[in-house]
Design a protein around this ligand. Structure first.
Ligand code: NAD
Ligand code: DAU
Length: 340
């Protein structure tokens, strides 16, 4: 099989490219990435010279370029990770989220149809379901939960899901969609909660926790997300949506305290700051469908996964120190200046 992985220089796409290139030496993996601020070729360095791997720089919004690539490469499968992915950035600048996450997806869907791709997989998010109340632990997102978005990011992702399903129903494009909960693990860009807190704690800098830190996220190690997507593209049913999550709900404060404890740092570093506008309260995935229909099971729980992740950040300082040394400083100053 020849598999196109868009957004493969980012966090999850990069982990997926590693996983697929190493697990399936007879498949060919092509990563396409525009190398935005979130894309990093150093993430792909360990697989760059493998015979079954290739990197192409390009933008999913560029129709002419994408058609030419599909024409030349004749992909069997497309897995689309390419996106603007940070909720806080979508609040500052929603336009690019619509351009990449909606218009870019339409280009990929058109190309998949035109060049007879056998499976288009759209990597979506649990954020399309909105949020759940903090005091109703019995409630979880299933694939039947109505879409009810809160941020420009989640609205753009829900739009892409609807467009993807429309291409299935109208044009019979063989599609699948996965909606995963919060990922963590190696190569996670340090603007997101877990790598931000690890990198700042190691530098003894204050840790900005939004509101009271009581919002809940359902954490899944990125390795388990990769195995789930692999199963879906091989065994998943066309036109179907699959939720992915491993029952690892934690409040943000619990996550931050766990990181501090493992690093041997003081909780005095915690600094409560102004809340995110429209901040979703709680996410919780019901993964029954992918477990029962496809036999997927995660290998990490939060305790084993966070330990592995912190060890990775300790052993791979150059990867993230390179990122936080440049423009990132301006980003942090701008995004956090009004939160004090
Ligand atoms: P990321 O921001 O780390 O990576 C996104 C990648 O897409 C980057 O390499 C970037 O350069 C690339 N990209 C952006 N715009 C592009 C364009 N126009 N053309 C080509 N490439 C472009 O994101 P991530 O956290 O790895 O998320 C990957 C996907 O998974 C996204 O679609 C996101 O919505 C979804 N998702 C993320 C999570 C999570 O917890 N991070 C959970 C569920 C779903
Ligand atoms: O649920 C899946 C989603 O998870 C993905 O679709 C998104 O692409 C991904 O970014 C992530 O979204 P979140 O908004 O949940 O992730 P983030 O790491 O930005 O924030 C996690 C929680 O931590 C959230 O409740 C906000 C809080 N937070 C975040 C930052 C960056 C803080 O308290 N302080 C911070 O500085």
């Amino acid at each position: 099989m020849k598999i196109l992985v868009t957004g493969g220089a980012g966090f999850i796409g990069g982990n997926f490219a590693h996983y697929m290139t190493n697990t399936y030496p007879n498949d060919n993996i092509v990563v396409l990435d525009a190398l935005t601020y979130a894309g990093n070729l150093e993430t792909l360095e360990p697989i760059m010279n493998k015979p079954n791997f290739k990197f192409v720089k390009g933008d999913i919004r560029d129709r002419e370029f994408i058609y030419k690539l599909f024409d030349e490469e004749k992909f069997d499968v497309v897995v689309n990770f390419a996106a603007e992915s940070h909720v806080d950035r979508s609040i500052e600048n929603p336009g690019i989220f619509v351009e990449t996450n909606v218009m870019g997806v339409q280009v990929l869907l058109d190309a998949s149809l035109k060049y007879n791709v056998k499976r288009y997989h759209q990597v979506s998010t649990d954020e399309v379901y909105g949020d759940l109340p903090l005091d109703r632990k019995d409630l979880m997102f299933t694939e039947k939960t109505p879409l009810h978005t809160s941020s420009p990011y989640s609205a753009s992702k829900a739009s892409a899901d609807l467009l993807t399903l429309a291409y299935y129903r109208t044009y019979k494009l063989p599609v699948t969609i996965s909606r995963c909960s919060n990922n963590y693990g190696p190569y996670h860009f340090p603007e997101k909660l877990i790598p931000l807190m690890i990198s700042r704690a190691l530098a003894n800098e204050s840790l900005p926790v939004y509101g009271k830190g009581e919002n809940v996220r359902d954490w899944l190690h990125v390795h388990d997300h990769c195995t789930a997507i692999d199963l879906i593209i091989r065994k998943g049913k066309e036109g179907e949506v699959y939720n992915i999550g491993g029952h690892n709900e934690r409040t943000n404060l619990e996550v931050v305290k766990t990181i501090l404890k493992q690093l041997g740092k003081s909780e005095d570093l915690i600094h409560f700051v102004t809340d995110r506008p429209g901040h979703d309260l709680r996410y919780a995935i019901d993964p029954t469908k992918i477990e029962t229909e496809l036999g997927w099971k995660p290998v990490y729980n939060f305790d084993t996964g966070i330990k592995q992740t912190i060890d990775w950040y300790l052993n791979n300082k150059s990867w993230w120190e390179n990122i936080i040394s440049g423009e990132y400083q301006e980003y942090y100053a701008k995004m956090y200046k009004n939160r004090q």
